[in-house]
Structure formats: C-alpha cells, structure tokens
Design a protein around this ligand. Structure first.
Ligand code: NAD
Length: 329
C-alpha cells in the first residue's frame, strides 16, 4: 500500500488558455489541488501578469503555442481543460476566422490529445450557444436562436461546433468529455480594456468617465464570480459518472444593465453620468441560466453575491490603476 502510494504519479492537467482571466484562476486551483499544470496559451488575450505568481512553481509549465497547431507533448496528461478562445466580443471579432479556427481546429487538436492520452476533457462552452434566447431562463435542452451569418457567429457557431465535436468524441468512445456552458463571469484579472460589461463599467467609474450603457439598459445579464465558476468547472471535471449532456454554470441572479451600472457607480463613489449608445447587432435581450442540472449533478451553486464579488473586482482594478499611474510617474 505504502509502496503504491509512493510510486503514484502526480496527475497532470493541461489548461489551454491558462494565461487568460478564467484559465489563470483555474491553473492556481489545480496547483493547490496537487496537480502538475501545463498551461498552453498563445497570449492573444492572455497576460503574463495573470500567471506571474505561479510561473516559477516547479509543478507549473508554460507552453506558448496556438492550439490551432497540434501539440507535441512528451509527457502524459490526465485532464485537459479547453478554455482557449478570446471571450470578449471586440477581441473575438478582431480576427473572426482565427476565432472559428480556434474553436473548431483547436478543439479538435485537444480532443485528439485527450484520445491519445485517455485523458478526461472539459470544454469551456458558453451561454452564447443559446444566441438571443426565446426561452427564459435558459435550460440546457433549449437548442438556441443563433444568427449564423452575423458578426458574433464566429464565436457562437464556433463554440456550437466545438460542442458537436465533443459529443461526437463521446458517442464514438474516443474521449470522456464534459461541456460547461459558462454564463457571464467576472472578477479580478479581467482585462480592463477588453470591452466586457463589468470591467468596462468599473474602469469608467474609477476613471470618472461616463458609464456607457448599450440600448436602454433594460436588457438583463447574470453575473457569476470567478471563484464560483472555477469550483463548478473542477466539479464537472471530477465527477466520475459522465453527465453526457452540457451543464450550465452561472449565477441565476438576474440584473438589468442599468442596475449593474448603478451598483458600480455607488460602490466606486463615482458621480459619472450614464451615456446611452446603440445596442450592438445580435446583442441578447435576456440572459439567465437555469442551473438545476449543475445543482443536482454537481451539488454546485454560486455562493458569492454580486455586491461582494464587485468589491473584490473594484479593489483589483483600483490597484491596477494605481500601479499603472506609478509606472507613468
Ligand atoms: P480570456 O480571453 O481572458 O482567455 C482566453 C485565453 O485563451 C487567453 O489567455 C488567450 O490568449 C488564449 N487563447 C485564445 N486563442 C487561443 C489559441 N488559438 N491558442 C492558444 N491560446 C489561445 O477569456 P476568459 O474569460 O478567461 O474565457 C475563457 C474561456 O471561457 C473561453 O473559452 C470563453 O469562451 C469561455 N467563457 C468565458 C465567459 C466569461 O464570462 N468569462 C463566459 C462564457 C464562456
């Protein structure tokens, strides 16, 4: 018994997109859980500062590579988390063909790696697979309302195809896959300049600029704090019995964009005015996850209330702002 424990190999998790917002938190959590972690990232939207506290750890390895190229690993992997893909609309629309390639060819490359290693595979999918939903809240059996020719399609349809690939690998018994449909998540290490709603509003409030509201601001969103989301991803990867279905992960608390903007303004003590701009094409009106599947299968539900999560996020952006102004002096 003692002998087998001593010879047991440390399990290895590969995190594609590990230098991004969610990926960097996931890498940290996996290191804490005792994994060796291989982070694969092309630094398209990821940042070295996200992984600066772990990059020199002995159980951490960074491979700077685009997942559209097959990975040539010399060591076995047990778990593959595919988070590689720009998540903010301006970033994934900047090179839409590359976004589709990342979702389709990149996912295929990682699924092949999972098949070769008999590794468990988790795909970071998105609530965007529901498009502009006609059902509310969105359950996993809702097939979606997506415009396949619009500017968001590279991401929405790319992620839908990635799910198709995952379930085909599962059906043909080539890999044990799990699919998390992630809803809007926020927290420290979001890129302040990537145009996502929470980072946008917080940065504008901190810089005393007007808070931009797209449309009338009555469209709704749900906001999940990053630690809750990472906990959900790890649980989904770890359950031994494969759910064989996608699982929504998000916070069901629904807020209008105006409510969020008001909260950010209060919490930052800002006097910024609201500036209303036209709604971008195909922007969903309502977004709220039905998380009953995650509650039942994973015994998971988000714990961090919006106000508390915003407090952490505002402190992160405040420190970031302070360090940038020091650099400017
Ligand atoms: P992010 O942009 O911060 O992270 C994505 C990471 O993937 C970055 O480090 C980027 O450099 C890397 N990357 C992109 N294309 C790559 C490629 N071709 N090869 C290698 N690396 C590549 O985004 P995030 O918010 O951390 O999102 C992570 C994943 O979760 C994404 O797949 C996204 O679609 C999904 N997701 C996120 C949210 C959210 O609210 N944050 C919601 C739904 C889904």
């Amino acid at each position: 018994m003692r002998q087998s424990r001593r010879t047991q190999r440390t399990r290895t998790a590969l995190v594609a997109g590990g230098a991004g917002f969610l990926g960097s938190h996931l890498c940290e959590t996996l290191l804490q859980a005792g994994y060796r972690v291989i982070c694969v990232d092309n630094f398209l939207t990821g940042r070295m500062e996200n992984i600066i506290s772990i990059v020199d750890r002995p159980r951490f390895r960074l491979i700077e590579q685009d997942i559209c190229r097959p990975l040539d690993l010399t060591e076995p992997v047990d778990r593959i988390f595919n988070l590689a893909c720009a998540a903010s609309p301006p970033r994934y629309q900047a090179d839409p063909v590359h976004t589709t390639r990342t979702c389709v060819i990149g996912t295929l490359n990682l699924l092949e790696l999972a098949a070769q290693n008999s590794a468990r595979f988790l795909q970071a999918s998105t609530s965007e697979v529901y498009g502009d939903p006609e059902q509310h809240p969105q359950r996993e059996d809702y097939v979606g309302h997506v415009n396949c020719t619009g500017p968001r399609a590279c991401y929405d349809e790319g992620k839908r195809t990635a799910e198709t690939l995952c379930f085909d690998y599962l059906r043909t018994e080539m890999a044990d896959i799990r699919v998390a449909r992630i809803f809007n998540t926020y927290g420290p290490r979001m890129d302040p300049a990537d145009g996502r709603i929470v980072s946008n509003l917080v940065m504008q409030a901190l810089e005393r600029r007007p808070l931009t509201i797209f449309g009338d601001g009555l469209q709704t969103r749900s906001f999940c704090y990053v630690s809750d989301l990472v906990d959900g991803l790890v649980r989904l990867m770890n359950i031994d019995s494969n759910p064989r279905q996608p699982v929504n992960l998000g916070n069901p608390g629904e807020f209008t964009v105006l409510q969020l903007a008001g909260l950010v303004r209060d919490m930052t003590h800002s006097k910024s005015a609201f500036k209303f701009l036209p709604l971008p094409q195909d922007d969903p009106r309502r977004r709220q996850p039905d998380i009953s599947r995650a509650e039942t299968l994973l015994n998971w539900s988000p714990k961090v209330p919006l106000r508390q999560g915003l407090m952490q996020t505002i402190s992160y952006f405040t420190e970031l702002e302070a360090s940038r102004s020091e650099d400017r002096i």
